[in-house]
Design a protein around this ligand. Structure first.
Ligand code: NAD
Length: 377
C-alpha cells in the first residue's frame, strides 16, 4: 500500500472525523493507497492540540500557508466555514497539491465557477466531499436506477433531514449566518447531499419551484448574549428533470427543522416496473418494488456491502464513520486511476451544478414562481 501524506485545513467537526477514518485504515482490505495525516492547520489552538494524539501528524500550525509549503504533503482536505472556501481552495491548487474540498464548494455560484476554473487550469485532482452515497443501500439504489430495469421513471425524491434547529435554546454557530454560510443557508449546508446521486444519474433539473423557510431569527450566541440568525433552514425544491425524453418530477429536500430526524439521508426512485427506497434511518435495509402479477415492496437487510471491502463482517450495519472512510478510499483510488466501475466522489462539475440548483432555488423563492435553470446566466 502506498502512503499518501495528507494535510487538513480546518480541524473542527469534519477535520477530526477524517483523522479518525485515516487512523483505522487497517479496516480496508482492497485499496492501494493509505492516507497518512501529516499536518493540520487551524486558527484555534485547542482544536489543534487534539491532533497531538495522531503520531504521524507532526506539523500543527495556525497559518495554513505553512502547511501548503510542506513539500511532503500530496493531498489537502479543507473543512472551513463557507466564506473561506474559495480563497483557501485556490491557495491549495496554487501550491500544487491535490484537493478534497468540502461542500458546498464555495459560498455561492460565482465562487463555485471560479473554483472550477482554477481546478481545471491547475490540472490537479479535485473532488468535493459527499459521503452518504457510499452507504451500501445508496449504492444499490444508484445501481438499480442506472440499470434501466425500473421501467419508465415516475418520480424521484432525494433529501437530507436533521432537527438540530428545533431547539430555540441551541446556540447559533456560523452555519446560521448568511455572511459565513452563504445566502443559500440550508441549501449550502445540506444541498450537496441531496444532489450528488441525482446529478451522477444525469438528473439535473431543467426548472424548479422552491419553498424556503427560515428558523428562529435570534438564538443564544453561546457567550451569554444573543445573535441574529438569517439563513434559510428548510428547503423543498420541486423540480422537473428529463428522462428518456419525458419530464419527470424530482423533489430535493434539505431540512434543519425536521422533527425527530438526526442526519437522515434518503432516496426514493419510482418507475413503472420497479422502485427503490433507502434511508440512513435504517442503515442496512433496502426496500425494492417489483411489479409482476402482484405488486411487491420487498425488504432486505443488506449488511456491510460497501464498495471497498473491509475486515467488518458482512452481517453488521454501516455508519457515518464507515462511509467517510469509503469516500476517502474512492478519492484515493480514483486519484491513482484505480476506481474502476465503483462509485466516485462528487466532481467539480457536479458541485457547480449543485450551486446552479441552489441559485435557481433562491431566485424562485424571490420571484415566488418556478424558474428555468438555463436562464440564470
Ligand atoms: N460532508 C459532511 O457530511 C459535512 C458535515 C459537516 C460539515 N461539512 C462541511 O465541512 C466544512 C466545515 O464544517 P465543520 O462542521 O467541520 O465546521 P467547524 O466549525 O466544526 O470547523 C471549522 C474549523 O475551521 C477552522 N478555521 C476557520 N478559519 C480558518 C482558517 N483561516 N485557517 C484554518 N482553520 C480555520 C475553525 O477554527 C474550525 O476548527 C464546511 O464546508 C461544511 O459545510 C461537511
Amino acid at each position: 500500500m502506498k502512503n499518501i501524506p495528507v494535510g487538513i485545513i480546518g480541524g473542527g467537526l469534519m477535520g477530526r472525523e477524517m483523522a479518525s477514518a485515516f487512523a483505522r485504515w487497517c479496516a480496508l482490505t482492497d485499496v492501494s493507497a493509505r492516507p497518512v495525516l501529516t499536518a493540520v492547520a487551524d486558527l484555534n489552538p485547542d482544536t489543534l492540540s487534539w491532533f497531538t494524539r495522531i503520531p504521524s501528524c507532526t506539523q500543527l500550525v495556525a497559518d495554513y500557508r505553512e502547511l501548503l509549503q510542506n513539500p511532503e504533503i500530496e493531498v489537502v482536505y479543507v473543512a472551513v466555514p463557507h466564506h473561506l472556501h474559495e480563497a483557501i481552495y485556490l491557495d491549495v491548487l496554487a501550491a500544487g497539491k491535490d484537493l478534497l474540498a468540502e461542500k458546498p464548494f464555495g459560498i455561492d455560484l460565482p465562487a463555485a465557477r471560479r473554483i472550477v476554473d482554477a481546478a481545471k487550469a491547475s490540472g490537479r485532482f479535485v473532488r468535493c466531499s459527499s459521503e452518504m452515497p457510499f452507504f451500501p443501500g445508496a449504492l444499490r439504489a444508484f445501481e438499480l436506477a442506472r440499470s434501466g430495469t425500473l421501467g419508465r421513471l415516475l418520480e424521484v425524491t432525494s433529501g437530507f433531514h436533521h432537527s438540530s434547529d428545533l431547539d430555540p435554546a441551541k446556540p447559533a454557530n456560523w452555519k446560521r449566518l448568511s455572511a459565513i454560510c452563504g445566502e443559500g443557508g440550508v441549501l449550502n449546508d445540506l444541498g450537496m447531499h441531496a444532489c450528488h446521486v441525482p446529478l451522477r444519474l444525469g438528473w439535473k433539473p431543467k426548472s424548479l419551484f422552491a419553498q424556503l423557510q427560515k428558523g428562529y431569527p435570534v438564538r443564544p450566541d453561546g457567550k451569554g448574549g444573543t445573535t441574529a440568525c438569517d439563513t434559510w433552514d428548510n428547503a423543498m425544491l420541486h423540480t422537473w428533470i428529463e428522462h428518456d425524453g419525458r419530464d419527470v418530477p424530482m423533489r430535493l429536500e434539505m431540512k434543519r427543522l425536521a422533527p425527530g430526524a438526526t442526519n437522515t439521508w434518503f432516496l426514493e426512485i419510482l418507475g413503472t416496473d420497479g422502485g427503490v427506497r433507502f434511508s440512513t434511518a435504517e442503515p442496512k435495509t433496502l426496500h425494492v418494488f417489483e411489479r409482476g402479477k402482484e405488486q411487491w415492496w420487498k425488504r432486505t437487510e443488506l449488511g456491510f456491502g460497501t464498495g471497498f471491502k473491509t475486515v467488518t463482517g458482512g452481517i453488521f450495519e454501516p455508519g457515518f464513520p464507515d462511509v467517510i472512510q469509503q469516500m476517502w478510499a474512492a478519492y484515493l483510488e480514483e486519484r491513482a486511476g484505480n476506481l474502476g466501475d465503483r462509485f466516485g466522489c462528487t466532481t467539480p462539475e457536479e458541485a457547480l451544478a449543485s450551486h446552479e440548483i441552489f441559485a435557481a432555488a433562491l431566485e424562485s423563492q424571490r420571484q415566488g414562481q418556478a424558474v428555468t435553470l438555463g436562464d440564470l446566466g
